[in-house]
Design a protein around this ligand. Structure first.
Ligand SMILES: Nc1ncnc2c1ncn2[C@@H]1O[C@H](COP(=O)(O)OP(=O)(O)OP(=O)(O)O)[C@@H](O)[C@H]1O
Ligand SMILES: [Mg+2]
Length: 269
């Protein structure tokens, strides 16, 4: 059992404070949905957890199994078992899906560290051996219904919404993170892409993995049953509960959130 604890987290970009005291605990086996209006800071929270260097943490902590991860670089956090799927995935012309995944998997499984051993004369490689990687990739592509031709395509270049999501799920399946943070741009997702995400999460949601799922709409939650749903507003969590919170949001809308929680105190989720 693993635990990811976000404690009184404050973060800024330049002069602007964006996260204003976030308290959230995520345990393996849980799916925690985070919903809230545009600009409330949801993506910022995801980036800060992943270790994006753009944000300055001014207060608070993030603990993975009791240890602070704030001093870790993004790649160390990935090795520690954190996975972030971006709201706006970048395309990388010239880098195939297979090569990208091989590099990512090699980092997470510690192959990149062996390069240093190399320099000191110990034989090793900084990449997972090709054959082994290929075998595993093929097997996971089959398991997650990803067309084999995908592996040769350039990452996200010309990918449809559904294809991007499929790549993301495949990436998760290969990296086997302890915690996955998914920032969903539902606006661009057609129903097919939504189902890809949902099927992927449901398949990967084992009892030793936790999900933080950022989403705008209830509709993703029609396919993925969250353990908890929290409302994010003004850089913090203002309400938390079960799936009924998402239903309430759907009914009342975000203008209600803006009004109702205008001066709300933060809560722990
Ligand atoms: N790098 C940055 N530079 C300046 N302002 C930023 C930066 N990143 C985020 N912000 C600001 O922080 C606020 C929160 O942005 P964020 O993207 O986290 O919101 P969000 O809740 O994910 O919104 P959405 O629902 O539209 O995805 C916004 O006002 C945004 O303009
Ligand atoms: Mg966002």
């Amino acid at each position: 059992m693993s635990i990811l604890e976000i404690r009184n987290l404050h973060a800024s970009v330049g002069e602007a404070e964006i996260l204003k005291g976030v308290d959230l605990t995520l345990r393996s086996g849980e799916i925690h949905a985070l919903m809230g209006p545009n600009g409330s800071g949801k993506s910022t929270l995801a980036y800060v957890i992943a270790g994006h260097p753009h944000y300055e943490i001014t207060e608070g902590d993030i603990l993975l199994d009791g240890e602070s991860i704030l001093d870790m670089e993004a790649d160390e956090r990935a090795r520690a078992g954190l996975f972030l799927a971006f709201q706006y995935p970048v395309s990388v012309p010239g880098v195939s899906v297979a090569n990208f995944l091989r590099t990512a998997v090699s980092n997470v499984r510690g192959y990149t560290e062996r390069r240093d051993d190399n320099q000191s004369g110990v034989i090793g490689s900084n990449l997972m051996p090709m054959r082994e990687f290929r075998r595993e990739l093929n097997q996971k592509m089959q398991e997650y219904n990803v067309d084999p031709s995908f592996a040769r395509r350039y990452l996200n270049e010309g990918f449809s919404g559904g294809e991007k999501k499929r790549t993301e799920v495949l990436q998760m399946a290969m990296l086997e993170p302890k915690f996955a943070i998914l920032d969903e741009s539902d606006s661009g997702l057609d129903i097919d892409a939504l189902k890809v995400v949902a099927d992927g999460i449901n398949k990967l949601a084992t009892e030793d993995r936790g999900f933080l799922m950022i989403t705008h709409y209830q509709r993703l939650l029609d396919y993925v049953k969250p353990t908890y749903v929290s409302i994010f507003h003004g850089g913090r969590i203002v309400q938390t509960g079960g799936p009924e919170v998402a239903l309430m949001l759907e009914e009342k809308g975000y203008s209600w959130v803006e009004e109702h929680f205008a001066n709300a105190e933060p809560v722990s989720a």
